[in-house]
Structure formats: structure tokens, C-alpha cells
Design a protein around this ligand. Structure first.
Ligand code: NAP
Length: 487
């Protein structure tokens, strides 16, 4: 497989601790497989608590020097990392497609959007500033100052193996923190390749460490209990996020959590239906439905329901399912057989409770065990499991509503609060929706609004903190106060 890469050294089979590419202390390794074919792409170290501890010690030692580097120097190193990613985007995209399954064009777009975070936070390194405070007593002078928090543990999911890494590591490094990253078991190769490029860019030994593991709990246990780790930045499921947050409590670490979603996609009676269908396709079937901001519940006003459903099914028919490296493929496989089983059972539950299959449905799409047919379900109701479960697959359930109040009530009827979408041309309604939808991000008449400049994150059980934007670096800084008296 490495022969297909222009630079074969980007396919790594070792982890990076303290500037040394190494195996697990136990000698164990695990397979990384192509989800489309089950082909083994590489074996990487199956690290445990002892390796994670070594990485934390390396990061703690490296922090002493890294935090003292000038902001300009950190910016320059991050800019070189950005350039390395751009220069190697084709190889990074191929690695990403092979380990994750998404189509090559989507993988390349992810690599480039991930690079944008590095570029953005390189500049943000220069904008960490404090304040001069008005003193309560004129014999004093007072300042608030901002400092890197220390060693950061970063844990990332498999659905965006490249951009979830840069969205955490770049702001951490820009702030002056050092990082121990544990990428997802299914997709460690993108993270390791990014670490190779960071090294080439001049990121010093110990500043960015990568610990690969097939049993996240053991490494996670060390990262969340080790008192030298001062911050956990986690992206993944709400269930694991809650567990890690509880584990961090014992040492009172700062946490930021980017967790699951259950996005409502509201189509009102005055919407431009063609635009709404385009938006639904773009966000429901993006990454084969495996994103936290995917439209999970498509809710349509009863007056336009039939027309929308018919146009949506037609648009789904124009998508092409296949191996991510294939020509013209727009939809890849699910990440693993367990994901396929979960999606199948959700569709079975809905159909057995009265949902109609408009297109797609069960089976394996004739391509092998991880390819789920692109599916549209009609007559879906809140009583079905799909209503409050992250589907994480190419299944579009379409619900009916009869007025705005009902739409808002249904949209908010979930513990999640990440992204919501609405299609309407009524300006008053747009303001009402913005105020009443309990979501961290709302897209009106658009479904693709994520970039490095926007504050990405959720409310309720979708998370704490924001990534990207001018706020993203705050997660890696702490504010301190200096008071000078006796003047
Ligand atoms: P996950 O099962 O929670 O895993 C996420 C990461 O946590 C992986 O690296 C995983 O390692 C690790 N992990 C699992 N159990 C752990 C434990 N006990 N201790 C420490 N680490 C542990 O989630 P996923 O299935 O990879 O990703 C999908 C989820 O992520 C969805 O819920 C999605 O909505 C969410 N997500 C959210 C955002 C956002 O920005 N809000 C973005 C992308 C994805 P292993 O791989 O080794 O299990």
C-alpha cells in the first residue's frame, strides 16, 4: 500500500513519544484495516497505561521550554507544519480514505480544512493578550495575564481522523501547551502522518506525542488520572465524554468536550424546496452520514411533505456508493461491521413501527458487509428509536410537523444540542428560531457552515467549549491575576 503514496514514509507503524518513534512497551500491536475491503493497511503499537505515562512525562518536560518560546517562533513552526500538510495533501487524503473509507475528494477536503486550523491558530499564537485592570485602590496596579495551561491530553474519533487532530493540536501548540494525542483505534494512520509532518516542520521532541491503542480505556484512564495532565480535549460520543469528564474530576482538569448530536433539519412551508433538498443531501449524506452535525431528524411541514420526500428520494438516487478510491464515488462504507449492525437495527425498528421505505432499506447494497444502502424513510414518528439515536449512517428519516411551535418543540426534544438547520424565508421566524432552538450552531438556508473561523461546539449533552474561531485558543489558556501594591 505504501507504494501508492508519493512519500512512503508517511505510512507509519510506530507511535511518537518524546521525539522517538517507538513500539508499545508490551510489544503488542494491532491491525489497521480498510473498512471497504478489510485489507490490513498497517500494524501499529497497542500501547497501554505505561506508554501513556511516559508520553505525559515527555510532554511535561517539553512544556518547560515550549511555553518560553516566543509567540512568533511558535507561529513560524505552525506555519511550516501547515505548509507540510498542504504539500503532502494527496498522500494524507489517500491514507485517510484507505483507513476511514470516505471518498478521496472528501478526504482531500478534510485534509485541507484541517490545514486551515493550523494556519488560523499559527496566527492566533500572536494574539494571546492580557488586560490592564482598573485598581480598586490607587496604590496598586493590576493585570490579568494569560498562560498556557500545561500538558494537554487529546482524544479524537475516527470520523474525521485528520481535522479533529489539527483542530486540537494546533491551538494547544499555539498557546504554548504540549500534547499527548490518542487517535481512534480505527484511524491512527492520519494522526501518525500528521506527526511526521509536524516533526519535519520543527515541532520539538516531546511537544506533540502520539500514543496509539486498541483499548482506549486504559490509555484514557492514565491520561485522565495523571496529575501532570492539566487539560482534556475530547471529541467523541457523549457516553465516553461523560465518563472521561468524571475521571478528570479527581484532579480537577479543565475539559472541553465535542460530543454527539441529534441535529434537526426543519423544512418550513415557505422554504425553497430544491435548496432544502440540496442542503439535506449535503449534510445528511456527508461522510456517509457519519458526522456529529449530520441531519439526524428531517422534519417537514405537512403542506410540503410529499413534494420534499419525492425530491429527496430522487436526489439520493443520484449518489454513488462504493470504495472511496473509486471514480465518481460520493458515498463510502460505514466504518466497521458494528456500525452496519447498528444502522440496520434502527431501520428495522422504524419499519416495524410503521415507517415506510421510500428508497434503500436493508441488505448490504451488494458491495460487502460495511456498505449500507442509501435510504430514505417516510412516516417516521418520535416514538421510533431513530428519533433520539445518532444514526451515524446514510439513512434519512423524514418526519411531519404542522406548525412552527410543534417544529421547535420536536427539535428541542433531545438531550443533544450541537447543530440545527432550518429552511424558511420568513425573517421573523428566523429570529424566533435562533432564540428558541437549543443548539450551539444554527444554519438557516444552508447546511454547510463549518470552517476554522467559526466557534464549533454544542450545548446540553453535546459538549462544553468551542473549537476553532477566536475562542478556540481560550480552551488551552488560563487567566491569572497580578497585583502590584505599595506604589
Ligand atoms: P467514541 O467511541 O466515544 O470514541 C472517541 C475516542 O475516544 C476514540 O479515540 C476512542 O478510542 C476513545 N475512547 C473510547 N472509550 C474510551 C475510554 N473509556 N477512555 C478513553 N478513551 C476512550 O466515539 P467514536 O465512535 O470514535 O466517534 C463518534 C462519536 O463522536 C459520535 O457520537 C459523534 O457525534 C462524535 N463526534 C463529535 C464531534 C463534535 O465535534 N462534537 C465531532 C466528531 C465526532 P477507540 O477508538 O480505541 O475506542
Amino acid at each position: 500500500m505504501s507504494a501508492e503514496l508519493q512519500d512512503s514514509t508517511l505510512l507509519c507503524d510506530q507511535s511518537l513519544i518524546d521525539g522517538v518513534w517507538c513500539d508499545a512497551r508490551s510489544g503488542l500491536a494491532f491491525d489497521v484495516k480498510n473498512p471497504a475491503s478489510s485489507e490490513v493497511l498497517a500494524q501499529v503499537p497497542d500501547m497501554g497505561a505505561v506508554d501513556a505515562r511516559t508520553a505525559v512525562e515527555a510532554a511535561a518536560a517539553a512544556f518547560k521550554d515550549w511555553r518560553r518560546r516566543s509567540a512568533r517562533e511558535r507561529m513560524a513552526i505552525l506555519r511550516r507544519w501547515h505548509q507540510q500538510i498542504i504539500d503532502n495533501a494527496d498522500d494524507l487524503a489517500l491514507l485517510l480514505t484507505l483507513e476511514q473509507g470516505k471518498p478521496l475528494a472528501e478526504a482531500r477536503a478534510e485534509v485541507l480544512s484541517g490545514a486551515n486550523f493550523v494556519d488560523w491558530f499559527a496566527a492566533e499564537a500572536m494574539r494571546v493578550m492580557g488586560d490592564i485592570l482598573p485598581p480598586a485602590d490607587n496604590s496598586r496596579r493590576e493585570w490579568s495575564t494569560r498562560h498556557p495551561i500545561g500538558v494537554v491530553a487529546a482524544i479524537t474519533p475516527w470520523n474525521f481522523p485528520s481535522s479533529m487532530v489539527t483542530r486540537k493540536v494546533a491551538p494547544a501548540l499555539a498557546a504554548g501547551c504540549t500534547v499527548v494525542l490518542k487517535p481512534a483505534e480505527d484511524t491512527p494512520l492520519s494522526a501518525l502522518a500528521l506527526a511526521v509532518l509536524a516533526e519535519r516542520a520543527g515541532v520539538p521532541a516531546g511537544v506533540f506525542n502520539v500514543v496509539t491503542a486498541s483499548h482506549g480505556a486504559e490509555v484514557g484512564g492514565e491520561l485522565t488520572s495523571n496529575p501532570q495532565v492539566r487539560k482534556l480535549s475530547f471529541t467523541g460520543s457523549t457516553a465516553v465524554g461523560k465518563l472521561l469528564m468524571a475521571q478528570c474530576a479527581a484532579t480537577v482538569k479543565k475539559v472541553s468536550l465535542e460530543l454527539g448530536g441529534n441535529a434537526p433539519f426543519l423544512v418550513f412551508e415557505d422554504a425553497d424546496l430544491d435548496e432544502a433538498v440540496r442542503g439535506a443531501i449535503a449534510i445528511k449524506f456527508y461522510n456517509t452520514g457519519q458526522t456529529c452535525i449530520c441531519a439526524n431528524r428531517i422534519m417537514v411541514h405537512e403542506r410540503v411533505y410529499d413534494a420534499f420526500l419525492e425530491r429527496l428520494a430522487r436526489a439520493v438516487g443520484a449518489l454513488t456508493l462504493g470504495e472511496g478510491t473509486g471514480d465518481g464515488v460520493t458515498q463510502g462504507p460505514l466504518i466497521n461491521p458494528a456500525a452496519f449492525a447498528k444502522v440496520s437495527s434502527l431501520v428495522e425498528d422504524a419499519v416495524s413501527s410503521g415507517a415506510t421505505v421510500v428508497t434503500g432499506g436493508g441488505g448490504d447494497a451488494g458491495l460487502g458487509g460495511t456498505f449500507y444502502p442509501l435510504t430514505v424513510l417516510g412516516d417516521v414518528t418520535p416514538a421510533m428509536k431513530v428519533f433520539n439515536t445518532e444514526i451515524f449512517g446514510p439513512v434519512a428519516p423524514v418526519y411531519r410537523f404542522s406548525d412552527e411551535d410543534e417544529a421547535i418543540r420536536l427539535a428541542n426534544d433531545t438531550p443533544y444540542g450541537l447543530a440545527a438547520y432550518a429552511y424558511t424565508r420568513d425573517l421573523g421566524r428566523i429570529f424566533r428560531l435562533n432564540e428558541q432552538l437549543e443548539y450551539g450552531m444554527v444554519g438557516v438556508n444552508t447546511s454547510r457552515f463549518v470552517s476554522e473561523t467559526v466557534p464549533f461546539g454544542g450545548v446540553k449533552e453535546s459538549g462544553i467549549g468551542r473549537e476553532g474561531s477566536v475562542y478556540g485558543i481560550d480552551e488551552f489558556l488560563e487567566t491569572r491575576y497580578l497585583c502590584l501594591a505599595g506604589l
